[in-house]
Design a protein around this ligand. Structure first.
Ligand code: CS2
Length: 496
């Protein structure tokens, strides 16, 4: 069927969809109770699916109003489809597509920030969730403290419509306090360390900058607003023409907002919701008192290994994570990173083996149906490295160990940041600190020891004690020298 003649997904198309593809609820049948900020692919394939299943199982007015901070096209595309979108679950040769009806509304924050502030003050809204990526929080990656620049300061200190996520959130919370709209849970679903605590800290640091935000606002925040920590997990690569074509052929309808991901999904949530919440546990989520052990395990193992494969793979000219994992020696090196460095750096959740979890992660990454691009995972390295690798290094050094494999990951990031693959092709540096990285590298010249020296000087990323640790530096410089002289493939072949 030619794509252009295929009808667009929407309420009118629902009756014609194959039975197994139909949504569990219809947008509009359920009133809104959740505001979600960040309408990217991950939210659509993760929290939206859990929430739809929870509503289908137990009811409740927990429809999601999706807020796009920047992209207008996602709002236009979803609006054209009556807020319906599909999730295609891929594994090996098989795929299954299902339409999700959890979205009760849409807002474009950049075009109408006032509407988003008003929404956060709406008493019907009792949960706010966020997937705005690491950099959206505007926290210093090394310390987790709010990095206040002119734009954020203008959001907090003037009446202009807020342009940043912390600005929107704090202005919305202030409006909610003033309207006396009742308690709220604000839930980070991003891969930040102690994401609940960091988000709480962000709000506390930002609110004191708001003129006229009295101590009573602080008291209300303390008593009425919670920031539950979470661990979120599902591999959801960016959509491609092929993944959209696959969804269209399953649906018999075009879906401009379709997403695809692996079958595996996991959500661990601290159960602190003063205004109630959907019955997410009926959709398989784990509600707990402390998500920390799962969060650390996932960030240091899954995301740490993911970043490592992304940098090494991209430098070796591999397009996807699965293809990079096929480089001889890669899987063995990653398994040793997990067993020798990560496992000793954390206490896993009861009954979980770090090495076993690492093996499962590597199997998930190896699935060729999930064409996750190395360059996508390589993005925003400065925002990711601390929680994925540097915390492992700091903890292992405190225990007197020399974390050799974790040092390889740092060296791989440095090698990637130099911007040229082993075959001479240019690698993109997509990172909020790209300008500073480029300046430092240009001043340093190409010698590995100088490159390492220059990049360890990024104090927003490397804590001073770590940057001054001679053992860590020597390990990183050794790996960088190997990568520089022999390339990724020969380095891995000789390493594990
Ligand atoms: C990835 C994550 O892009 C990245 O940095 O490591 O998005 C990863 O796919 C998810 O955290 C998996 O849950």
């Amino acid at each position: 069927m030619a794509l252009t003649t295929t009808p667009l997904l929407g309420l009118a198309a629902l009756g014609r969809l194959p039975e197994q593809c139909r949504p569990l609820i219809r947008p509009g049948d359920v009133a809104a109770g959740i505001v979600h900020i960040g309408l990217g692919a991950f939210h659509r394939a993760h929290q939206a699916v859990y929430t739809e299943e929870a509503i289908a199982a137990a009811g409740g007015d927990w429809g999601i109003v999706g807020v796009a901070p920047r992209s207008a096209s996602i709002i236009a595309d979803l609006a054209a489809q009556d807020r319906l979108f599909s999730v295609t679950t891929m594994s090996g040769a098989s795929a299954g597509t299902r339409v999700v009806g959890a979205l009760a509304g849409l807002r474009h924050a950049a075009a109408d920030p006032g509407a988003v502030v008003a929404l956060l003050a709406d008493p019907a809204v009792r949960v706010v969730t966020l997937t705005v990526t690491e950099k959206g929080y505007r926290l210093d990656p090394a310390t987790g403290r709010l990095a206040v620049d002119a734009e954020l300061l203008a959001d907090l200190t003037t009446a202009r419509p807020p342009a940043t996520v912390p600005g929107l959130l704090v202005r919305g919370l202030l409006a909610r306090y003033r309207a006396d709209s009742g308690p709220l849970a604000v839930v980070s679903c991003d891969n930040l360390p102690s994401n609940g605590r960091r988000l709480h800290g962000l709000v506390d640091q930002a609110r004191v900058l708001v003129p006229g935000a009295t101590g009573a606002f602080g008291d209300w925040l303390r008593d009425s607003v919670t920031f539950p920590g979470t661990m979120v997990d599902r591999i959801v690569p960016a959509s491609t023409p092929e993944s959209l074509a696959r969804a269209a052929s399953a649906l018999g309808a075009r879906d401009l907002s379709g997403v695809h991901g692996e079958p595996y999904r996991h959500w661990v949530i601290e159960d602190r919701f003063p205004g109630g919440r959907p019955a997410w546990e009926l959709a398989g989520a784990v509600l707990t008192g402390d998500a920390g052990p799962w969060e650390r395990l996932k960030l240091r193992t899954l995301n740490g290994v993911h970043s490592a494969i992304a940098y090494l793979g991209a430098v070796a000219g591999r397009e996807t994570i699965a293809a990079a994992l096929e480089i001889p020696g890669m899987r063995a090196a990653m398994a040793r990173f997990v067993a020798e460095d990560v496992a000793g750096s954390l206490r896993p959740p009861p009954g979980v083996s770090v090495v076993g979890y690492g093996d499962l992660v590597l199997d998930r990454f190896a699935d060729p149906a999930i064409a996750h691009r190395t360059r996508q995972v390589a993005m925003d390295g400065t925002q990711k490295l601390p929680q994925r690798v540097l915390h492992t290094i700091v903890d292992r050094r405190a225990a007197g160990a020399s974390p050799r494999w974790a040092a390889l990951v740092v060296a791989a990031w440095m090698r990637y940041a130099q911007g040229v693959a082993d075959d001479g092709r240019v690698l993109p540096l997509d990172d909020p600190l790209a300008g500073e990285i480029r300046e430092r590298l240009a001043a340093a010249g190409p010698a590995p020891a100088r490159v390492a020296e220059a990049l360890f000087g990024l104090d927003a990323v490397f804590p001073a004690a770590l940057a001054a640790d001679d053992t860590v530096r020597a390990l990183v410089v050794d790996w960088l020298t190997e990568l520089d002289r022999h390339g990724v493939e020969a380095t891995l072949a000789g390493a594990a």
